[in-house]
Design a protein around this ligand. Structure first.
Ligand SMILES: Nc1nc2c(ncn2[C@@H]2O[C@H](COP(=O)(O)OP(=O)(O)OP(=O)(O)O)[C@@H](O)[C@H]2O)c(=O)[nH]1
Ligand SMILES: [Zn+2]
Length: 229
């Protein structure tokens, strides 16, 4: 399995109907995935990726018999499947539990400075930043940690920041049962910082305002004030 060619991985799922990811999102917001994306289980993916990463290291001229390098292919494969790209798998989509809004809290609720760790899908290097999300509660409120979990689920994929921002907003709208949602992401892209233009001071801000946040400039201003912008 270690050296399973990529073509074999591709052929494996051609005919099977696989639980698709992101079916709750509009087509244009879904992360582009192959139909056979979940044919291999996590362990099989780790084995296959280890083999390919070993080849990459060998091509670079690294001696894999060295103690420090020997375990790297498997370490990288585990990191990809179990951590960095965990959010590709709909099995890990967080369950967002709602509670009755028993105190009739009607003002905006903001969860700010949510740690965001993602991966640039163009260069496969980290995107590191913060997400701020807000919503206006109706009859229900959400457990706070679920807001962080939704951010993390979509962040743990190969991403572009624009799609990440809109995926989070759309998921929150659906799971909270309201259009009144705001998402703002500020992030550093290692592809900009460490290579190419090598700019270590610029950062990228993206925002999505829907429902009342889209219509009411004062509400948007209040959100920006609360997150310190
Ligand atoms: N819009 C957008 N672009 C991104 C994001 N992450 C990386 N990029 C950009 O994707 C672009 C890829 O452009 P290419 O010209 O194909 O790649 P490249 O030759 O490596 O480009 P340079 O980074 O300019 O060296 C670069 O301009 C990146 O800065 C993102 O989240 N959103
Ligand atoms: Zn990049």
């Amino acid at each position: 399995m270690d050296n399973l060619p990529l073509s074999a991985v591709a052929v494996a799922g051609d005919s099977a109907a696989i639980a698709a990811a992101d079916t709750q999102l509009p087509l244009d917001l879904r992360t582009p995935l192959r139909p056979d994306a979940f044919e291999l289980d996590d362990e099989a993916k780790i084995e296959a990726i280890s083999g390919h990463f070993r080849e990459i290291m060998q091509i670079l001229g690294l001696d894999l018999s060295d103690d420090s390098l020997a375990g790297t292919p498997r370490r990288v494969a585990k990191m990809y499947v179990q951590e960095w790209f965990r959010g590709l798998n709909p099995a890990y989509r967080p369950e967002v539990r709602l509670f009755e809004n028993r105190y009739q809290y009607r003002q905006m609720l903001v969860e700010r400075d949510i740690t965001l760790f993602s991966c640039c899908e163009h260069h496969f290097v980290p995107i590191i930043g913060k997400a701020h999300v807000a919503y206006l509660p109706g009859e229900h409120v959400v457990g706070l940690s679920k807001l962080n979990r939704v951010v993390q689920y979509f962040a743990r994929r190969p991403q572009v920041q624009e799609r990440l921002t809109r995926q989070i907003a759309e998921e929150l709208k659906q799971s909270l049962g309201t259009d009144d949602v705001a998402v703002l992401i500020e992030a550093d892209h290692l592809c900009v910082m460490s290579r190419g233009v090598n700019d270590t001071s610029s950062s990228t801000l993206t925002a999505e305002y829907s429902g009342a946040f889209g219509q009411d400039a004062a509400l948007r201003q209040e959100f920006l004030r609360l997150i310190g912008k």
